[in-house]
Design a protein around this ligand. Structure first.
Ligand code: ATP
Length: 511
């Protein structure tokens, strides 16, 4: 049976073979944790961005967009806390010389214990069927309770150590848990060190310390420093949001999981400005809204779960992740953070400018509180690809690999094919293509047998294929083939546009 790791490998090689994702600078043996999106990947990525933008900006009267620069005044990062505190605890294994994030090693250890609990529960369900009382079992079974206590202890020791910035205690925790390096198998660890994740470079011609600037590690700060510009020029009333899609850069310590963890990646972030004291209400609201957005992609609910942060970031008073069951297991897809007034207050202090809002409803000025939703575009891409990737056995003992992408996100919406390359069929097919190409990204394909062509389209997730055959010349009808059912339906050429419009309508998903 194929394991989840095999599944990731298959997705990576499929992504390369069909032009979705390439290793950056591959001809020079690649650059670690940097990737390029190919002809199909660029389309899919663009469609995901568009769907997020529509859902967040166009669907909300009180949310507007922004496109701020990657470079920002260096004081921004001093104010935001990134210069002093944007770091991960790292640890090296002395035998394999491999570097790990200490927090990830501990989290993964706890996750293994949690999986033992799930295994016990699954056994119970299998044995007792409908008579099984899962809640009761989780609350009373000695094995489950023992394992849950272990997890709670780990989390509590981890939190205490991180809160106190006690890196020695983190190392002791790793040793006490008997965590071994997956490469060398040894428990021979270095001390834990903090490692700042920001990339720096120099601006201007003179290389002086004062000219050091950073590549932004998150898009959020571009929103904060523009908050008043947008509020005033857009006459925005609280509560309101500013949304942005853009590149972010982090010098990640561990970069081994394809586009899950990259050094250059894209974020889709929205900062929602609210009246102080109302942030928890909005935090709950956005948690619900965002998980709904993910589920509207048609991926089974079981792939998603919430994970509350154990150690809150320096700016947050509540935070959770929406996790996705990636081929590597449940991992963060999106973060939802109640950032308080931390960022705006810090910018006020460092810039000497007031960033207050006068609230006419309560006749008071204040620095707004902020609830942030921050989702990785590349991680969303990987989540969608991994849920869509399907190896299917067909009735006639053949197989096909099909990307069951949500139709409205598919890179190519419709492929137009003449059955043969003669008898005027290509001309007829091109006629159809020339009407559809204004609304949809189409693919014209006349090479190889129809079967092979269908397989190629399946592999890139094209939801519909239109075949022009000899009957088309007689009665202006074609067949439309559905990617998932593989069924073909004969329809009039004049109906194609209406059919596609109905099937690919983004409105249905948005509403
Ligand atoms: P992690 O714990 O996995 O490092 P994070 O908590 O540091 O992630 P955030 O700072 O909350 O991540 O960033 C918001 C979102 O940006 C994440 O949910 C993720 O989808 C995306 N993201 C963060 N770092 C990366 C990365 N290195 N590569 C790709 N996407 C990333």
């Amino acid at each position: 049976m194929a394991t989840k790791e095999d599944n990731l490998k298959s997705i990576i090689s499929h992504a390369k073979e069909y032009g979705f994702v390439f290793q950056s600078s591959e001809i020079y043996d690649g650059l670690s944790a940097v990737y390029d999106y190919g002809q199909m990947g660029a389309e899919l990525k663009k469609n995901i961005k568009e769907y997020w933008w529509k859902a967040m900006v166009n669907m909300h009267e009180n949310i507007v967009g922004l496109d701020s620069a990657i470079f920002m005044h260096p004081t921004t990062w001093k104010a935001s806390g990134h210069v002093d505190a944007f770091s991960d605890p790292l640890i090296d294994n002395k035998d394999s010389n491999k570097r790990y994030r200490a927090d990830v090693l501990i989290e993964e250890h706890a996750e293994k214990i949690r999986l033992k609990i799930e295994k016990d529960v699954a056994k119970g369900i299998k044995r007792f069927g409908d008579d099984f009382d899962e809640t009761q079992f989780r609350a009373t079974n000695p094995n489950v309770l023992r394992n849950q206590t272990k997890i709670d202890d780990i989390n509590s020791r981890y939190k205490t150590a991180m809160d106190a910035d006690d890196l020695a205690a983190i190392k002791i925790l790793i040793e006490d848990l008997g965590i071994a390096c997956p490469i060398s198998g040894s428990k021979n660890w270095t001390d834990v060190k903090q490692f700042n994740l920001m990339f720096s470079t120099e601006i201007g011609a003179v290389a002086e310390a004062a000219n050091t600037i950073y590549l932004r590690p998150e898009t959020a700060q571009g929103i904060f420093v523009n908050y008043l510009n947008v509020q005033k020029s857009g006459r925005m009333k609280i509560p309101f949001g500013i949304a942005q899609i853009g590149k972010a850069f982090r010098n990640e310590i561990v970069a081994r999981q394809f586009i899950f963890r990259m050094r250059e990646f894209e974020q889709m972030e929205m900062q929602f400005f609210v009246r102080p004291g109302e942030e928890m209400k909005w935090y709950e609201y956005w948690k619900e809204q965002r998980v709904k957005w993910h589920q509207s992609l048609g991926i089974d609910k079981k792939y998603y779960r919430f994970h509350d942060h154990i150690k809150l970031a320096h700016y947050a008073n509540a935070a959770c992740d929406i996790e996705f069951d990636f081929p590597m297991g449940f991992k963060e897809l999106e973060g939802i953070h109640s950032r308080t007034d931390f960022d705006l207050k810090q910018h006020e202090e460092h810039s000497g400018k007031k960033l207050q809002y006068f609230d006419p409803e309560i006749n008071e000025s204040y620095v707004p509180y902020v609830v942030e939703t921050s989702v990785g575009l590349d991680r969303t891409f990987l989540a969608i690809m991994s849920a869509a990737y399907t190896e299917e056995k067909l009735e006639n003992d053949t197989e096909r690999t099909v990307l069951k992408l949500p139709a409205f996100l598919a890179p190519v919406k419709v492929a137009i094919m003449p059955l043969t390359r003669k008898d005027g069929l290509p001309e007829k097919a091109r006629e159809i293509l020339n009407t559809l190409k204004f609304d949809y990204n189409c693919n014209y394909d006349e090479k190889d047998s129809p079967g092979k062509r269908y397989r190629r389209q399946d592999a890139i997730g094209t939801p519909y294929c239109v075949m022009v055959d000899h009957q088309t010349l007689e009665d202006d009808t074609v067949t439309i083939r559905d990617r998932d059912t593989m069924e073909q339906e004969r329809v009039a050429i004049s109906e194609i546009e209406a059919i596609l419009k109905d099937k690919l309508d983004i409105r249905k998903v948005l509403s």
